[in-house]
Design a protein around this ligand. Sequence first.
Ligand code: FAD
Length: 288
Amino acid sequence: MKIKDILAKNEPTLSFEVFPPKTEDKYESVEKAASEIAKLNPAFMSVTYGAGGGTSQYTVDIAAALKAKGVTPLAHLTCVSSTREKVHSVLDQLKAQGIENVLALRGDIPKDGKIENDYRYASELIAEIKASGDFCIGAACYPEGHVESVNKTADIQHLKEKVEAGCDFVTTQMFFDNNIFYNFLYRIREKGILVPVLPGIMPITNKKQLRRSMELSGTAVPQRFLAIIDRFGDDPEAMKQAGIAYATDQIIDLIANGINHIHVYSMNKPDVATAIMNNLSAILKVED
Ligand code: FAD
């Protein structure tokens, strides 16, 4: 099923994200975690793409395994470290597996600066996927601005180029303050970006994860969340409970304000995905 059709139903739903293994010996445990999350019957599940594309096969394999379990998969695909030939070989594999949804990304510039010359920006990849088959295409967006962008206005202009190139929906970078998301939504709607926007919520369940996430994304952490880290950061079980509660609270606020679909960065953690789903069972009308 195409994600744009799932979103058009406009019912409160969650989707979850998993990341593929870096090495073959970890494949089984990642597939097991993904299958556990799939049992929660989310609206769809996304599978990230390893930087550089060296592990692209695992993205396709996990996405295909999810499809076999009856969950709609969204396969991520990055381009900046890939040749056109590599991108098309992944698209061919997705088609062969009947995977209809692709999240088209540029990918981070590697630390050594070495990139291929075929693509510079995600908008070029989106246009190419659009011309390559009947895919439903998603893209990334950044409520606080992408770390490399000169300012938010330029970043929103580039987001518009991605939508014009053919993307059907966008998913946000994580944020911990919903007002940042509401402001962003207002600004992009004003610029004529009208596709569905899926807020990406990251449940922070340990102190180290927060530091890593902030380094990668530059996401602002509100005082209210910093207080949680201060108080519970050194008590793993308490931190996990507080992190899940904080993410649940963000999701409830989003749904209460009319944002029906939320994407959860569940990071291969079935226990976290399950706890969030249970916290929201009546809101999401989950049947036993
Ligand atoms: P782009 O949209 O190409 O933007 C990159 C930068 O270039 C931005 O600053 C933008 O403003 C600027 N820009 C765009 N077009 C132009 C232009 N024409 N002229 C000048 N500047 C321009 N990474 C992975 O490796 N694998 C994943 O699976 C993955 N999944 C992600 C999922 C989500 C929801 C998000 C938010 C991020 C994900 N990332 C992933 C990280 C992503 O690859 C990085 O954030 C990357 O640095 C930017 O990718 P993009 O697709 O947003 O790039």
